[in-house]
Design a protein around this ligand. Structure first.
Ligand SMILES: Nc1nc2c(ncn2[C@@H]2O[C@H](COP(=O)(O)OP(=O)(O)OP(=O)(O)O)[C@@H](O)[C@H]2O)c(=O)[nH]1
Ligand SMILES: [Mg+2]
Length: 144
């Protein structure tokens, strides 16, 4: 997901390019301004953290772009594309390392496990909103 800071800073295209350039496939995408209810469900694991209220107020402050991404090891690869939670600690070459400074404005979200990916996809997309198609050149990305 491209968070409100990424969308408002005009970084949608740059973030999507990195996902496409890697060879991963976007199978669902929507611009959505999270309401408080969805935001609290999405970040439920952090409900007792001191930064929870500011996180919810930030994530609901402007539109985000939610994406469903498919590919071999997609969860692990996306986490490596986005980088560390704190952009200051995130290597140059990652999205957070290249575009961010403070932890509360870290541009993108990505699911941190298969289980959280399933849970989050269900929060953001219905079955009908996810598409199946073949990306040209997949035979030049995957060994088999
Ligand atoms: N202000 C503040 N925000 C934090 C801190 N830790 C995490 N956050 C924010 O809360 C979000 C969720 O934290 P985590 O799930 O632990 O980190 P993450 O998985 O890298 O980030 P997400 O992909 O957004 O879930 C982060 O992206 C930060 O924006 C903190 O110590 N202080
Ligand atoms: Mg997280």
């Amino acid at each position: 997901m491209i968070k409100p800071d990424g969308v408002s800073r005009g970084l949608i295209g740059k973030v999507i390019s990195r996902i496409e350039d890697k060879g991963l496939k976007i199978v669902g995408m929507k611009m959505i301004k999270l309401d408080e209810n969805l935001a609290k469900k999405h970040y439920a694991e952090h409900k007792d953290k001191p930064f929870f209220e500011s996180l919810i107020s930030f994530i609901t402050s402007a539109p985000s772009v939610a994406m469903a991404i498919e590919g071999k090891d997609a969860v692990r690869i996306l986490r490596s594309i986005i980088g560390n939670t704190d952009p200051k600690e995130s290597p140059i070459g990652t999205i957070r390392g290249d575009f961010g400074i403070d932890v509360g404005k870290n541009i993108v979200h990505a699911s941190d496990s298969i289980e959280s990916a399933k849970r989050e996809l269900e929060l953001f997309f219905s079955e009908e909103e996810l598409v199946k198609y073949k990306r040209a050149g997949e035979e030049w990305i995957y060994e088999s």
